[in-house]
Design a protein around this ligand. Structure first.
Ligand code: TXA
Ligand code: MG
Length: 324
């Protein structure tokens, strides 16, 4: 049965918090993407997340908390570096990985001895977390391997009534998932790029920050494609994009194009979406645009390759994962 998103009122926030206490799933907006939440201290409730998403049990979830004061409820030890980052970036799109306390269910951490923690910067998320009181385990509220939702309707389209409530907080302002930094051993390492950049993290920690090889190495066919549309998507530099469009159109193929430069956006092709040419605005629009093109059941989607610099790191990471 299709779900109808719920309008946010003090009453609906309280109802959602009650549902979490009862072990039900609640989808809620964050500033990055919509999350699919469950009481992080309740392994049965957490199990429902994996069932609803079709997600493998060994993929760890992020625990959302109302403030940095709750870090010590979940982390065995809270290093100075974590406090500094929390002070600088929370509430905000940064997830910090720390060694978990013994009480954190292994269902949340995918069997690992570390836990990801984040205070989101969305008023609805914060009100829900405050009303609930505890930690809310929440992955992005999409089916496993699909594009993260940035609107309540995206969640409703994809998840069934195993979700008790979807709080409708409108469009997510950041639009791509949080930056993840691992502080659980000596060397701080970025596991996933996001709006908060490596330079920003470096400036606060005053130390070098590693980049996980996991996010850099891509062995085609070996690793699952994440965040991917159903339609085959290809990333192309602007120079080759024009000839690709010509070639595919000449073959009678139905194609969609995601462009950010006016040069490409003005080409004669039916399904061109022009995204903003500033990285932050592009991020906010990307997932909705991919969903829009995906719905047209095209033969393929061509994506204009963005610049290769730090401001575009999160976008480039997600585009690499979405394309073949
Ligand atoms: O912006 C976000 O982070 C969103 C919103 C809802 O907060 N959440 C999100 O969750 O993107 P999810 O589950 O789709 O992605 C979480 C990522 C996964 O790649 C997972 O492997 C990683 O975080 N992660 C979580 N806990 C971890 C841990 N203990 N160690 C290593 N990676 C972890
Ligand atoms: Mg996800």
């Amino acid at each position: 049965m299709a779900l109808t998103p719920t309008t946010v009122t003090p009453q609906s926030i309280q109802q959602a918090a009650d549902l979490l206490h009862q072990g039900e799933l609640v989808a809620f907006p964050t500033e990055t993407v919509y999350g699919l939440g469950a009481d992080a201290s309740n392994p049965d409730a957490v199990g429902k997340i994996f069932a609803a998403k079709g997600r493998p049990a060994d993929h760890p979830l992020i625990v959302h908390i109302a403030s940095a004061a709750q870090l010590s409820d979940w982390a065995e030890e809270v290093p100075e570096s974590a406090l500094k980052l929390a002070e600088a970036f929370w509430p905000g799109p940064l997830t910090i990985i720390l060694t978990k306390k013994a009480c954190v269910p292994l269902a949340v951490t995918g069997g690992q001895n570390t836990v990801g923690l984040r205070v989101p910067a969305n008023p609805v998320a914060l009100q829900l977390l405050q009303a609930f009181g505890g930690g809310v385990a929440a992955p992005s509220a999409n089916r496993f391997g699909r594009i993260s939702p940035t609107l309540a309707e995206h969640v409703a389209e994809e998840l069934n009534d195993s979700v008790a409530c979807i709080l409708d907080g409108g469009a997510c302002s950041v639009g791509v998932e949080s930056t993840i930094i691992d502080l659980s051993d000596g060397q701080p390492t970025i596991l996933r790029p996001g709006r908060i950049t490596r330079s920003q993290l470096k400036a606060v920690l005053k130390t070098d920050i590693g980049l996980s090889s996991q996010t850099k190495i891509r062995a085609p066919g070996m690793m699952a494609v994440h965040y991917a549309p159903n339609t085959m998507a290809l990333l192309c530099p602007a120079e080759t994009l024009i000839s690709m469009i010509d070639e595919l159109c000449a073959e009678g193929k139905q194609i969609g194009v995601l462009a950010f430069s006016t040069e490409i956006a003005n080409l004669p092709c039916l399904n061109i979406l022009q995204l903003p040419d500033q990285a932050e605005h592009y991020e906010a629009a990307l997932y909705s645009a991919m969903r829009e093109l995906d719905k047209l059941a095209l033969d393929s989607i061509l994506i204009e390759q963005p610049p290769n610099n730090e401001a575009w790191a999160a976008v480039n990471d997600r585009l690499e994962k979405a394309t073949v």
